[in-house]
Design a protein around this ligand. Structure first.
Ligand code: HEC
Length: 108
């Protein structure tokens, strides 16, 4: 006979896990945020311009990306744009960090 005392808590935990949102960008520490910010200026800036207004890569200012959504941008940052100079950053950053960068680009 199944142990009914366990069934309810297990179902509850399963429901909580299913409802748990993806880690929010807020989970990024202030120190890591500063590193990512530096990376956007230095590394992304080498192609997109120090002020992100464009260079080899197109502008990635909030204004230029106004039509883009955060998840799509995070995927572009993680996987790059094949066949172009836009490299994949997946080896260097986590998905959460890519979302943080996308949010940072969209912010200003
Ligand atoms: C070696 C040069 C280079 C570097 C470094 C680089 N990019 Fe790019 N990026 C490009 C190019 C070129 C494109 C345009 C690809 C195309 O033609 O669609 C692009 C496209 C993009 C796009 C899509 C823009 C749009 O309007 O669709 C985003 C977002 C982006 N880059 C973000 C970043 C971020 C963030 C970094 C740093 C983590 C970065 N890039 C670093 C060259 C680069």
């Amino acid at each position: 006979m199944p142990d009914v005392r366990m069934a309810a808590p297990v179902a509850l935990v399963a429901a909580m896990l299913a409802l748990a949102p993806a880690p929010a960008p807020a989970d990024i520490t202030a120190g890591r945020a500063a590193e990512l910010e530096h990376m956007v200026t230095q590394d992304c800036g080498s192609c997109h311009g120090l002020t992100r207004k464009g260079g080899l890569g197109r502008p990635i200012t909030a204004e230029a990306l106004a039509e883009a959504d955060l998840e799509t941008l995070a995927l572009i940052i993680l996987d790059g744009v094949p066949g172009t100079a836009m490299p994949p950053w997946r080896p260097l950053i986590t998905e959460e960090e890519a979302r943080w960068i996308a949010g940072y680009l969209l912010k200003d």
